[in-house]
Design a protein around this ligand. Structure first.
Ligand SMILES: [Zn+2]
Length: 114
Protein backbone atom coordinates (compact mmCIF):
# COMPACT_ATOMS: atom_id res chain seq x y z
CA UNK A 1 0.00 0.00 0.00
CA UNK A 2 1.16 3.51 -0.75
CA UNK A 3 2.42 5.69 2.08
CA UNK A 4 -0.30 8.26 1.46
CA UNK A 5 -3.04 5.66 1.93
CA UNK A 6 -1.40 4.46 5.13
CA UNK A 7 -1.40 8.01 6.44
CA UNK A 8 -5.03 8.53 5.49
CA UNK A 9 -6.13 5.31 7.21
CA UNK A 10 -4.03 6.02 10.32
CA UNK A 11 -5.39 9.54 10.69
CA UNK A 12 -8.97 8.37 10.14
CA UNK A 13 -8.61 5.80 12.91
CA UNK A 14 -7.05 8.36 15.23
CA UNK A 15 -9.98 10.64 14.45
CA UNK A 16 -12.33 7.84 15.61
CA UNK A 17 -10.24 6.91 18.63
CA UNK A 18 -9.94 10.34 20.20
CA UNK A 19 -13.66 10.76 20.98
CA UNK A 20 -13.75 7.20 22.37
CA UNK A 21 -10.77 7.88 24.63
CA UNK A 22 -12.33 11.17 25.63
CA UNK A 23 -15.60 9.41 26.44
CA UNK A 24 -13.72 6.81 28.49
CA UNK A 25 -12.04 9.71 30.30
CA UNK A 26 -8.64 8.02 30.26
CA UNK A 27 -6.48 11.14 30.06
CA UNK A 28 -3.29 11.18 28.06
CA UNK A 29 -5.10 11.92 24.82
CA UNK A 30 -2.70 14.68 23.67
CA UNK A 31 0.35 12.47 24.24
CA UNK A 32 -1.38 9.49 22.68
CA UNK A 33 -2.27 11.56 19.60
CA UNK A 34 1.24 12.96 19.43
CA UNK A 35 2.70 9.44 19.51
CA UNK A 36 0.21 8.36 16.85
CA UNK A 37 1.09 11.25 14.52
CA UNK A 38 4.83 10.65 14.97
CA UNK A 39 4.25 6.94 14.39
CA UNK A 40 2.35 7.71 11.22
CA UNK A 41 4.52 10.40 9.63
CA UNK A 42 7.99 9.59 10.95
CA UNK A 43 8.58 6.42 12.96
CA UNK A 44 6.48 4.24 10.71
CA UNK A 45 7.08 0.57 9.80
CA UNK A 46 7.88 1.71 6.26
CA UNK A 47 11.18 3.19 7.39
CA UNK A 48 12.50 -0.09 6.02
CA UNK A 49 11.43 0.81 2.48
CA UNK A 50 13.77 2.84 0.29
CA UNK A 51 12.30 6.21 -0.55
CA UNK A 52 9.25 5.79 1.68
CA UNK A 53 7.59 9.02 2.76
CA UNK A 54 8.51 8.52 6.39
CA UNK A 55 12.14 7.84 5.51
CA UNK A 56 12.29 10.98 3.39
CA UNK A 57 10.92 13.06 6.26
CA UNK A 58 13.67 11.80 8.55
CA UNK A 59 16.41 13.49 6.51
CA UNK A 60 19.82 12.43 7.76
CA UNK A 61 18.28 10.63 10.72
CA UNK A 62 17.46 7.89 8.26
CA UNK A 63 20.90 6.44 8.85
CA UNK A 64 19.69 5.46 12.32
CA UNK A 65 17.62 2.82 10.58
CA UNK A 66 20.50 1.06 8.86
CA UNK A 67 19.45 -2.17 10.60
CA UNK A 68 16.19 -2.31 8.64
CA UNK A 69 17.70 -3.85 5.57
CA UNK A 70 14.67 -5.79 4.40
CA UNK A 71 11.28 -4.30 3.57
CA UNK A 72 8.54 -5.79 5.75
CA UNK A 73 11.19 -7.24 8.03
CA UNK A 74 11.62 -6.35 11.68
CA UNK A 75 9.75 -3.02 11.46
CA UNK A 76 6.70 -4.89 10.20
CA UNK A 77 6.81 -7.18 13.23
CA UNK A 78 4.50 -6.15 16.09
CA UNK A 79 7.04 -7.58 18.57
CA UNK A 80 9.47 -4.78 17.70
CA UNK A 81 6.82 -2.16 18.46
CA UNK A 82 5.78 -3.95 21.65
CA UNK A 83 9.36 -3.69 22.88
CA UNK A 84 9.45 -0.01 21.97
CA UNK A 85 6.19 0.44 23.86
CA UNK A 86 7.60 -1.31 26.94
CA UNK A 87 10.72 0.85 26.83
CA UNK A 88 8.55 3.98 26.72
CA UNK A 89 6.40 2.65 29.60
CA UNK A 90 9.62 2.15 31.55
CA UNK A 91 10.59 5.75 30.71
CA UNK A 92 7.15 6.87 31.91
CA UNK A 93 5.91 7.81 28.43
CA UNK A 94 3.27 5.11 28.22
CA UNK A 95 0.69 7.23 26.39
CA UNK A 96 3.11 8.27 23.70
CA UNK A 97 4.24 4.66 23.46
CA UNK A 98 0.64 3.54 23.10
CA UNK A 99 0.14 6.03 20.25
CA UNK A 100 3.28 4.85 18.44
CA UNK A 101 2.30 1.23 19.01
CA UNK A 102 -1.26 1.77 17.79
CA UNK A 103 -0.16 3.57 14.63
CA UNK A 104 2.37 0.84 13.82
CA UNK A 105 -0.16 -1.91 14.50
CA UNK A 106 -2.75 -0.36 12.18
CA UNK A 107 -0.08 0.00 9.49
CA UNK A 108 0.99 -3.64 9.85
CA UNK A 109 -2.58 -4.94 9.81
CA UNK A 110 -3.38 -2.87 6.69
CA UNK A 111 -0.26 -4.25 4.98
CA UNK A 112 -1.38 -7.80 5.78
CA UNK A 113 -4.67 -7.19 3.97
CA UNK A 114 -2.87 -6.20 0.80
ZN1 LIG B 1 4.32 -1.17 5.31
Amino acid sequence: MKGKSHELINFSILFLLVPILYYLDVGGIPLFSFGWVIGTLYLSPDLDADYSRSLNRMGNLKYLFWFTTRHRGILHNPVFWSFLFLILVFLRHAWMGAGLFGAALVHIMVDKKN
